[in-house]
Design a protein around this ligand. Structure first.
Ligand SMILES: [Zn+2]
Length: 50
């Protein structure tokens, strides 16, 4: 999985980092493809990190 350097945004209210809807969609699309290729473990790691 190549998901390093995913752009994160900072919440104006609490200062927490989060992923924008666009980025989340992109990740999910990539994840679906990766799952098809048998890369489930890598995806789980990424989701936890996010
Ligand atoms: Zn917030």
């Amino acid at each position: 999985m190549i998901l390093k350097g995913v752009p994160a945004e900072v919440c104006d209210n609490c200062g927490e980092y989060y992923l924008s809807d666009t980025v989340t969609e992109t990740i999910l699309e990539r994840a679906e493809r990766a799952i098809t290729n048998g890369a489930e473990i890598e995806i789980l790691r990424y989701v936890v990190a996010a």
